[in-house]
Design a protein around this ligand. Sequence first.
Ligand SMILES: Nc1ccn([C@@H]2O[C@H](COP(=O)(O)OP(=O)(O)OP(=O)(O)O)[C@@H](O)[C@H]2O)c(=O)n1
Ligand SMILES: C[C@](O)(CO)[C@H](O)COP(=O)(O)O
Length: 285
Amino acid sequence: MTENERANETAMNTTVGEPKPQTVPVVAVVLAAGFGTRFDPENPKQLVSVGGKPIVCWSIEAFERCARVSDIVVVVNSKVREEVESLIDQQGYGKVRVVIDGGAERVDSTAAALDTLAQAGIPDDAKILIHDAVRPFVAQSAIDGSIDALDQFQAATVAYASTDTVLLTQDLGDLKVVKSVPDRPNTFRAQTPQSFRFATIRKAYELAAEDPDFHPTDDTRVVVDYLPDVPVAIVSGAETNLKITTVEDIPTAERIAEQLEGFNPKEAARARMHALLAQAAGQMR
Ligand SMILES: Nc1ccn([C@@H]2O[C@H](COP(=O)(O)OP(=O)(O)OP(=O)(O)O)[C@@H](O)[C@H]2O)c(=O)n1
Ligand SMILES: C[C@](O)(CO)[C@H](O)COP(=O)(O)O
């Protein structure tokens, strides 16, 4: 077994055998309100098709498919709302309860979803799974593992063991120096879903809201920084749980879609052409 396999093995894996019966709501929050500034702001990445299906649909379907997920909240911005709503209607996603507006940053979009859930009177012990819409290939084992982890922990994140040595750095004016080098088996790449009991994530966000310098890129960081006594469990992720960040990620995404759904050469060629055009347009700007 490689070092990486060992590290991923020590992360929590899906319960073996029958999953426990669900006694609380399990709500997936699909964050699709980003502006894709590193992709192409004129071509919202959450709507781009991979393997012939819009990225946001892959993500919603992952939670539709998991019988233990009871409800889905989709968070959008004004640029994508109409299209996302029409996709939800066309596909007949039965667990999507509401499509809400997000905010300027990812954390503002999560905060909007938490407010909506509070207004809906969701219980404190509900399990909330917060997922990047642009991670279309999340495995059912990661979703199940997240739901199971909340039986032992108040918070959990899907993560994948780093194969690179990670350097923690320090700013020295206009350059950086290495501050420390953590042992590689203790370093993981954060993925989503990141999952929490409702009262825990709500409390963390309440505390964070009082901090004007609050700009974390994920929800785990909000708990780690503002509720430092709450351990966040690591749930096994995968290389395929890719976040589509730039147009260069599209060919990899097509390859993963191909493995999952079977090969569609027409669609793959169209997507490659699309990625090249988007890249060329980006360079011209
Ligand atoms: N205000 C925001 C910002 C991000 N997101 C979502 O959070 C995830 C984070 O992925 P990221 O690659 O950062 O997406 P963008 O913010 O769209 O990309 P960029 O940072 O390049 O603008 C995405 O699903 C995105 O839609 C969101 O819901 N609301
Ligand atoms: C939540 C996240 O996907 C974990 O990998 C990530 O932090 C969010 O996006 P960003 O690329 O850091 O903005």
